[in-house]
Design a protein around this ligand. Structure first.
Ligand SMILES: [Zn+2]
Length: 396
């Protein structure tokens, strides 16, 4: 069990050498020119050629053996409850299992699966603050879970948002999962949240489970949340003409999820590409949900959207890392000096028909994860969940 308690920071020096392919997470230049990364105190301290980096006195040195390195993947849409347990599918260890799928950060879209979730205003605020605190204090398997995302209910007033922000809550749960479903009601509360620095996301499409609501494009545009949550539905998608309206009618985040409609997801990706706005596209799983938790969900989205959507694999990795980090104001997600040393090392899966890692993903195959690093600490070696990679990094 690789359970790491608390957001501990590693003070020593980590060196990763012999990186065969550097994926930066940055759409402006998704492939970097470096074979060595040095991290100190859990932050990226050098990126370059081995001869140009100070690699002495390392606490840990990793020989990447020619594997690719990307920023750790960010799941923009999860529904955690407490710890590494989800009552949604009576499952333990789903977050640790996602680490084995390359995920190093998760963003809560609401702790809605808590049995008996409070819907009164003092209760929902208390739950959000508790969830924020609990995941700030405890990282399952080292994975950073940004949680404490209250679901909007009718009767909330501006001072509630000020109070939540002052208590450390930085997110709203999906707008539309509570009693606030009308565009004009949501718009007022989303604006209050924004005023106090709280990010918002909205449920888009048909009801996810009995009891949740239908949110159409007009409502999404009126509410004006920061992220168009699961633009491809969770599961039931809006008609494609409405999805096109959402892409063309605003500049908010276009979130495509695993637990949604794949045709709608591919269409949203295409619309964003036609608009020249790929920087708006971010990926999530929307798990755990009715269709389960998906430990490989983000990698599966990268491969599905790259192969069927005809988009370079390195671009899709940006949608799973740097785009999300920028939109969510996270300190990870990009291979840049000073960013968190959260890395995914991977290679082409054994027996893939692709000629190399990127070509194999472009042909729809998943990569083999060989190692995951969070805050400069090795959290797992060869993944127990992905197909085996041809090459695997080693601690030397
Ligand atoms: Zn939803």
């Amino acid at each position: 069990m690789a359970l790491a308690a608390g957001p501990e920071k590693q003070l020593g020096k980590l060196v990763i050498r012999n990186i065969g392919l550097l994926l930066t997470g940055d759409l402006a230049s998704p492939i970097g020119d470096a074979d060595t990364i040095v991290a100190e105190g859990g932050r990226i301290a050098a990126i370059g050629r081995a001869a140009d980096c100070d690699t002495g006195d390392a606490r840990v040195t990793i020989d990447a053996h020619g594997c690719a390195l990307s920023p750790g993947l960010i799941d923009s849409h999860v529904h955690p409850v407490f710890g590494d347990w989800t009552p949604r599918q009576s499952q333990l260890g789903w977050i640790e299992s996602s680490l084995h799928g390359g995920v190093t950060t998760m963003i809560s879209a609401g702790e809605v699966h808590l049995p008996g979730r409070p819907r009164d205003i003092v209760g929902l605020k208390a739950l959000a603050i508790t969830a924020q605190r609990a995941y700030a204090n405890f990282r399952p398997a080292g994975v950073k879970v940004v949680a404490g995302a209250p679901v909007l209910e009718q009767g909330m007033v501006e001072s509630d948002f000020a109070e939540l922000a002052a208590a450390g809550v930085g997110l709203l749960g999906e707008v539309g999962l509570g009693t606030v479903k009308a565009g004009y009601e949501a718009r007022e509360m989303v604006a209050w949240a924004r005023k106090y620095g709280i990010q918002s996301t909205i449920h888009t499409g048909g009801p996810s489970v009995p009891g949740s609501g239908y949110i159409d494009a007009d409502t999404v545009l009126e509410a004006d949340a920061d992220i168009i949550g699961h633009i491809n539905g969770g599961h039931t998608a809006l008609p494609l003409r409405q999805i096109r309206c959402l892409c063309e009618g605003c500049l908010r985040g276009i979130e495509i999820v695993h637990n949604g409609n794949e045709l709608a997801g591919l269409s949203a990706l295409r619309y964003a590409g036609e608009l020249g706005q790929m920087s708006r596209v971010i990926l999530g799983t929307d798990g755990p949900a009715g269709s389960g938790a998906q430990p490989l969900g983000i990698l599966r989205m990268v491969a599905m959207l790259s192969s069927l959507g005809d988009v370079p694999a390195e671009t899709m990795f940006c949608c799973a890392t740097g785009n999300t980090a920028r939109m969510r104001k996270l300190d990870c997600g990009l291979i840049e000096m000073g960013r968190a040393a959260d890395f995914l090392l991977m290679d082409r899966a054994q027996h893939s028909s692709g000629t190399d890692l990127l070509d194999s993903i472009r042909k729809g195959d998943l990569p083999g994860v060989g190692m995951v690093v969070i805050d400069g600490i090795v959290r797992c070696g060869r993944s127990r969940n992905t197909p085996p990679a041809e090459r695997v990094p080693a601690i030397v």
